[in-house]
Design a binder for this molecule. Sequence first.
Ligand code: AHR
Length: 648
Amino acid sequence: MGSSCGAKLTILLSLLLVSWIPYRSSALDNDASLFVDGSFGRKIPDTLFGIFFEEINHAGAGGLWAELVNNRGFEAGGPNTPSNIDPWIILGNETYLIVSTDRSSCFERNKIALKMDVLCDDGSTTNACPDGGVGISNPGFWGMNIEQGKTYKVVLFVRSAGPINVSVSLTGSDAKTLAVSNIIASDSSKWAKMEVLLEAKATDHNSSLQLTTTRKGAIWFDQVSVMPLDTYKGHGFRKDLFSMVQDMKPAFIRFPGGCFVEGSWLRSAVRWKETIGPWQERPGHFGDVWNYWTDDGMGHLEFLQLAEDLGALPVWVFNNGISHNDEVSTPNILPFVQEILDGLEFAKGDAKSTKWGSIRASLGHPEPFDLRYVAIGNEDCWKPNYLGNYLKFYAAINQSYPDVKMISNCDATSKQLDHPAHLFDYHVYDNANALFSQSHKFDQVSRSGPKVFASEYAVTGGDAGKGSLLAALGEAAFVIGVEKNSDVVEMASYAPLFVNTNDRTWTPDSIVFDSSRMYGTPSYWMQHFFRESNGATLLNSTLQTSSSNPIVASAISWKSSEDNKNYLRIKVVNFGSSTVALKISISGLKSIESLGTKTVLTSNNVWDENSFDEPEKVVPFKTPLDNVGENMNVVLTPHSLTAFDLSI
Ligand code: AHR
C-alpha cells in the first residue's frame, strides 16, 4: 500500500463498491455472491491460531508423553492416601509371593517403594516357583505399544536382601516374550539404579512390562520406567501424535490446563516446581478434576520444550491460589506469586546470572524460552478472591517481566474490564447453531480494551457426539468470525486437543488415540483450513445471499513458505442442507493464475464421525479448480466447509 492518501482512496473506492453491489445482476442470478477486494487488507496476528494442551483424557500421561509405565513409583494414591499400586498386577499367587508397599524409597519426594517377599525358589527341590516365576507386571496405559526392531530403555531402582536375579521382559498380550534381559540385585542396604535396553523382536500394541524372579528372598522396586528410544528428537514425545499436532502449524500452545491447573482442591493443583528435575525424583500428583494420577513426566520444562519443538509460543496457565473448592486469601497470596515469578525466571532467566535460569541450564536447556504470555488462573473470574489475587500477580509480573502479556479470566466481550490486562479469556462450549451464530460474537467487542483470547471453543453435547461433521461446521463459522475480527482477537484454540479413547473424560476432542493408533475428528480437520491464516492478510469480503442456507465466508492472502508464491484462500461454510451456487468476484489483484484448488470438508450425513475403523470418513478432499478467474461460479456442497485456493 502506498501513502496514507492512497490508503484513504482505496477505502473510499471499496465503500463505493460495497454500496453498488446490491444492484449487480450477478447477485440475483446466483444463490449467493461473494465479493473479495484484494487491494485492501489487514494483517492477521502471527499468533491467531494455536492449540490448547490440557492434561485431560490422558493427553500427556499415557498420550503424547511416551513413558510406557503407568504409576512408575507406586505412588498413585497421592500423598495423603494409602499407596495404590494400580495398574500394576501380581504375577503368581500368595502361596509364592507377598507384595506390599513401604516408605523405604531413596527418593525423598516419593517415598513409597514396592516390596516382593518371594517364598519359592527354583534352587530348592521342595518349593519351586511356577513357570515364568513370580513378580509384578505393568500394562502401561491400556497396553504398551511395543514395535518390532525398536529399542526400549528400561530403568528401575532396586534393592534386595541378598542376591536375587530378576527377569525384565516386554511381554505380548499372548504371553509371548518380545524382549528380555536379566538383572541381579545384590545389596540389601543400598538402592541401585539398573538400566537395560530391550530390542523388540515382534510387535504387539497391547504388551506389558514384567519383572519376575525364581529366587527366594526380599526385593524392593521403585521408579520403574520404560521409554522408547524413538521419540521426537529424543525429547520424550510420541512421534506419531507429535506429528499430528505439528501438522496443525500451531502458533502457540496453551498449557497445562484448564481445570487441571486449578484442581478440585488446591492440594491437587499443578505446582510447577514439583514437575521439574530428574523424573525419578518428581512426586507426581493425582489430578482430582479429571481423576487420574500423573507421574508428571511431562512437566514445566517438557511443556516449554514442546512449544519450542512445535515452533509455537508457550502460553503458561498458572494456578492463582484458587481451585474449584478452596481459595488462598489475597493477604496470603505472596508465596504463590513468588512461585510464579520463579517459574518465569526458570523459563526466561539468564543461564548464568539467575538462580532458576541456571537450574534450567543444568537440566539441559541453557537458552531461555520465548515465554511471552501467561494466564492468571482458569475460569476463576467469578471467585471471591480472583480480583484481589489477580492484581497481586499482575503487579509483580509487570514489574519483573514487563514484556510478558497477562491474560485475565474475566470475559470482556460485552463489558469493560475493571482491572488491567493485555488479553482476556473467552470460552465457549455450545451446540452447533450457537457456535455458528457466534461468527458475529466479536463484531461489537471494544477495540480499545484488552484483546480476546478465545482459548477454548467447541461444539459439545448431542450435536457433537464424539466429533461430528456438524460440530466442525458450527466451529468453522465461529473461527471465520475469529479470523474476521482478528484486529481484536489475538489468539484462539479448540479444546480439548487429545483423548485417549480408554479414558474419555471429555468429549469431543481434536485427536483420538490409543497405544498405537490415532485419527483426527472433523474438528481437527476443520482447523487445517486455518493453518495458513497466522500472519496472513485478511481481505475485505462481502457476502450477498438469497439462499435460505446459513453461509459465512472469509478471504485471506498469504505467501507460502514452501514455494514462496502468493495465494488467495476463500473459505466458505455452507451450514444448510441444500447446494448453494456461489458467484465469487475478485477485484484489486494484479493477476490470478488459471490453476486453483478446491478443498472440501463434508460427508453424506452431518452426524458422520471418524473412528479407528474409518479414520478418514470425514476429511478434507482436495480437487483441482478449473474455472479460476476474477469471476468464478462455484458450487457449495450441503453441509460443507470449502476452501478455494488461488495462486495470485
Ligand atoms: O476443555 C475442558 C475444560 O473445559 C477445561 O479444563 C476448562 O477450562 C473448561 O471448563
